[in-house]
Structures are given as C-alpha cells and as structure tokens.
Design a protein around this ligand. Structure first.
Ligand code: ZN
Length: 346
C-alpha cells in the first residue's frame, strides 16, 4: 500500500505545537489547539481527569485496544520567589539545563491570564562587573529573570499580578533549514505529537482503519515522570513516542528513528520491541535500536504505575536534548512511517 504523506502539514503543525507554550502542568493553551487540529481532521477529543488528550480511532479488531502516547508538556520554570529588588527566582519544571537557557526570553503566565516577558540571566550576569560571571555554576540558586517592565521592587512586581507559582515558558526558536534540519526547543516531544497527528491525517485522507482500536493520547506530565501513569484498563499496549537521544553509546542519529530497548527504569517488552524492530526492517526504515541511560518515557511510567500492559518506545534521534535541540526531517519521517506501520499492522 502506498502511503500518501503530506509533509508540509507535518511541518506546519510541528511549528504551531512548538510555538504554543505548554510547560509541565500548563495545559490550558495547548489543549484547545489540539481540539482544533483534531476537529480539522474530523476527530473528536476527549480527556481524562489529568487533562490528557485522547483521540480514539476504532480498529478492525475491536477486542484489542492499544495506546500511542506523545507528551505535550515541555520543560519550563515556575516563579519560586520575588526578590526585594524585583528579580524573579525560579524552580525548574522538568530536567532543565540552566546553562542552555541563559540569555533566553521567558514568558510569565499569571493566574489572571496576563503575560509578561523577561530575560533569563545569571546573578553574576556581566563579565564587566563580576569576577565569577563565567565560572559561577548555573542552577536554580544562581539564575533569575529580569522582567521587561520598569519595576525595581517586589511590590512593583506583585502589582503586575505576578505571584509565586506562576508558570514560565521559554522561547522555542523553531527553525527548519532548507536541507531539513529542525532546530528548536521542545522537539521533545512535540515532533512526536506531530507524527501522531500526521498519522491521524493519513488515516482520514486514505480512509485507512487501524489494526485494532487505537487511542492517540497526549499527556501533560511526562517531563516529571507521571504523564502515562494513569491508563484506562482496556489498553493492553502502550507505545510511547518520544525522542531518541544521541551519544557515544548510541547508534541513533538525527535522520533515524530510535527504538528504545531499555531505559533508566526497565527493558521494554521483548515481543512488542521485536515487532517494532522487524517492522522498521520490513518497511526499509533508517532505524537504530538503543539502550538509554538518563531517560524514561510515558511507556515506562505506565508500567511503573502498575498498569496491566506492555510498553514499547521509539522516536526521532535528537541532538542536544533538553537544550535547543536538533533533529532532521528524515528522522521525523522515519518515526511517522514506523508509527503508521504499527497502527495499520498492529
Ligand atoms: Zn520527551
């Protein structure tokens, strides 16, 4: 069967998802975008109580339900405290590398719905002033946000409506080069969420039916480890779509789909992983099977939480994970095609 992909749709959707802020727990902007994108393809969205987005597609075999998860949450920050001089101190949401966010534009989302931008800076922010401007360790105790507002005291910042616990998102800088490199924050995991939408579009455009009932799910708490922890009882397989990482121990590359055999927590199910590897082989995909170290997915979160299911995981090789990341359209395409193969063939 010839699959007719619309790769322009994929890149447009990826840009929109990446540019919609969704740090861990901040679902209220991205969920309406998902509802609109699903609606445009002719699908309805439902939710669980954790605001996980579900798009449920009936399959040929109605007796089996599988789940394909791609998390919508990204790394971000939270207002920890406001200093007397009006500087904002932060706590991380997920595994932020503070070195990678110095100089970044941050947006603070207040509870009243107002937004303010600021600059992420180190407290020793200038080589002209501080002996340790280059050497001071960048972490949550040394980094701060200076607001792009004329404020100089805690009281003035609070008067803007900014409070401890406000969500802070970071500029993603989404870029695609002419030769297909994608550079952006939050390729993890919005490139994978985009692959799910591209497969959903393919099913509609070509009137294809999944092998079994297939739920495309989009959780909001993967980056802190519990995105996939709740899974409805009818789901027997959880395939987590998440980035593959690149390093000296790995065969993954930006133009490949990485199949994760084992992560930090556990090996993935042998039968399901075998099926994914054989499918990648049979479909002629550029893939790598790899063992990841400081890494987990919603698939392992689902297993760890005690759900009665088996898990697998795959995704495009991604350089500089949790920083300004880079992958390649070929890796995204290999991931989307492996997903389509899994959905259509089981
Ligand atoms: Zn991820």
């Amino acid at each position: 069967m010839e699959l007719q992909w619309n790769w322009n749709y994929l890149t447009e959707v990826m840009k929109e998802l990446i540019e919609t802020p969704s740090p861990v727990s901040y679902y209220e902007e991205i969920n309406p975008v998902m509802e609109r994108l699903a609606g445009e393809l002719g699908y309805e969205v439902s939710y669980d109580r954790k605001h996980t987005v579900y798009i449920k597609v009936p399959g040929k075999d109605r007796s089996k339900t599988v789940c394909v998860g791609a998390h919508l949450d990204t790394l971000g920050l939270m207002v920890k405290r406001i200093d007397a001089d009006g500087m904002i101190r932060v706590r991380n949401l997920g595994g932020i590398n503070f070195n990678s966010i110095e100089g970044e534009t941050a947006t603070i989302h207040t509870r009243s719905g107002r937004t303010y931008t600021g600059l992420v800076a180190c407290q020793s922010h200038s080589v002209h002033v501080f002996d340790d401007a280059r050497s001071l360790t960048r972490d949550e105790n040394t980094m701060m946000i200076i607001l792009d507002e004329n404020v100089h005291s805690k009281e003035e910042v609070k008067a803007l409506g900014i409070e401890n616990g406000d969500i802070i998102s970071l500029e993603p800088h989404f870029t695609i080069t002419e030769n297909g490199f994608i550079k952006s924050r939050f390729i993890d995991d919005k490139a994978c969420a985009t692959c799910s939408l591209a497969v959903l579009k393919l099913l509609k455009d070509q009137k294809l039916t999944p092998a079994c009932d297939t739920w495309f799910v989009f959780p909001h708490y993967e980056e802190i480890g519990h995105g996939g922890s709740y899974v409805p009882a009818e789901v027997s397989e959880y395939v987590a779509l998440d980035i593959g990482v690149i390093g000296p121990d790995h065969n993954g590359k930006e133009d490949r789909v990485s199949i994760c055999v084992k992560d930090n927590f556990s090996p993935y199910d042998r039968e399901l992983t075998d099926r994914l590897v054989k499918k990648a082989e049979a479909w002629g995909l550029n893939y790598a099977a790899d063992v990841f170290y400081r890494y987990g997915t919603d698939g392992s979160a689902a297993v760890r939480a005690g759900n009665n299911l088996v898990a697998g995981a795959f995704g495009m090789g991604t350089f500089c994970s949790h920083g300004v990341e880079r992958t390649h359209m070929d890796g995204v395409k290999n991931t989307a095609i492996l997903l389509a193969a899994y959905v259509l063939e089981g």
